[in-house]
Design a binder for this molecule. Sequence first.
Ligand SMILES: [Zn+2]
Length: 97
Amino acid sequence: MEKIECSGCGLPTQVDDDGLCNTCHDKAEVALPTPVKSGYICFYDRKQIEVYADGLFAAKEEALRQFKPPKSKLHMVHCHLAEKDGQPVVHSTASLG
Ligand SMILES: [Zn+2]
């Protein structure tokens, strides 16, 4: 094994397949189990965004952050599950209106 720079800490060392030294590799392993997020399509005032969140509630919160609707239009923000576990979710009826 040749010594190349670790892409994590930048030290010249023996690196793993992922380009990280043992120390950084271990850290990465620990950090890996990220919560599985689902994709949501959120609608507001003819605008449409896609957000990734771990629940419909979180998705809507994110949508509110991005759309910044006035209080009187909060109810116009709608989110639909679009992707779960990397698979697209098909809705039978499009509730766009
Ligand atoms: Zn490192």
